[in-house]
Ligand binder design. Structure first.
Ligand code: 15L
Length: 274
């Protein structure tokens, strides 16, 4: 059985993923915060802004699923520390410890300034919708560098929104069910031919904004479709900010800070013109 390190394991995505992958991998969970372990896991507390911690947690694992970091739009200092310095430390520590496989959960916010009336694939130019999105573009660039220069094998998953059900209209297009998340992560750990790949972390949503053919090429067969929840979600949807509603990144395209989980977009008093 392969041993995998999951950083940021105590977070929402980490909690879903550990539950889904339990029994399939020997999971080494790591986080800054203490957490409740799933049976069979080990836990190591670590601060990814410290290289020594990263060297300790990446030693002896077959693959790293790097979920750790700041997961929404917020202050630059926090994003710089967790998503730039921390991300670099994890990649570099993995390299020094001879770990070749990394699954890097990027985000839909790396391309959040594409319009909703556009379908984008894995080859589009990044269009981040904030500092957080920029940090995810940085992570993808780092993954590309470590693949090309050091022979690492990295799957970047531009995750939409992981939840047991889609929570609003935007999430109907970007929802990722926990079991589809686990399928994608397992592809990232197991697929023999990965060097550097970008895929979208979304279920088989009928309202998707993504051409996810690169994921399909790697064997991804999502089981879920947000459409099953559409009527219920749309019935409670309120009109939102016009800019947020124009672009795929939603409220991240206008707000300076977004709480987690990201709330429904609110209509602002006066619309900016674009
Ligand atoms: C993300 O990248 C965040 O990590 C998550 O908390 C959600 O806000 C998600 O995007 C989203 O766009 O809904």
């Amino acid at each position: 059985m392969k041993t995998i390190l999951i950083t940021g394991a105590a977070g929402d995505v980490g909690t879903h993923l550990r539950r889904e992958l339990a029994g399939r991998y020997a999971i080494r969970a790591s986080d800054l915060r203490p957490m409740k372990k799933v049976a069979g896991e080990t836990f190591q507390r670590a601060d990814i802004t410290k290289m020594a911690d990263c060297l300790r947690i990446t030693r002896g694992v077959d693959a790293v699923v790097h979920l750790g970091g700041y997961s929404v739009e917020g202050p630059w200092e926090a994003i710089l520390a967790a998503n730039i310095v921390g991300c670099y430390n994890v990649f570099e520590a993995a390299r020094r410890n001879g770990v070749r496989r990394i699954v890097f959960p990027s985000s839909n916010h790396a391309v959040g300034f594409y319009r909703r009336d556009q379908v984008i694939d894995h080859r589009v130019y990044p269009k981040p919708d904030g500092r957080y999105g920029v940090s995810k573009v940085f992570g993808e660039a780092l993954a590309s560098l470590y693949a090309d220069k050091y022979g690492m094998q990295v799957l970047c998953i531009r995750i939409g929104n992981v939840n047991t059900r889609p929570i609003d209209k935007r999430r109907l297009s970007i929802w990722l069910s926990p079991r589809d998340l686990a399928q994608l992560v397992a592809i990232g750990i197991e697929h023999p031919d990965i060097r550097f790949e970008i895929v979208y972390g979304v279920s088989a949503n009928r309202r998707s904004w993504y051409d996810n053919s690169n994921a399909a090429r790697l064997g991804y067969r999502p089981q879920d479709d947000s459409e099953a929840f559409a009527a219920e979600v749309l019935a409670r949807e309120q009109p939102g900010d016009p800019i947020a509603e124009t672009y795929q990144g939603g409220i991240f395209c206008v707000a300076e800070e977004v709480p987690n989980p990201a709330p429904l977009p609110k209509r602002r008093p006066r619309a900016r013109r674009r």
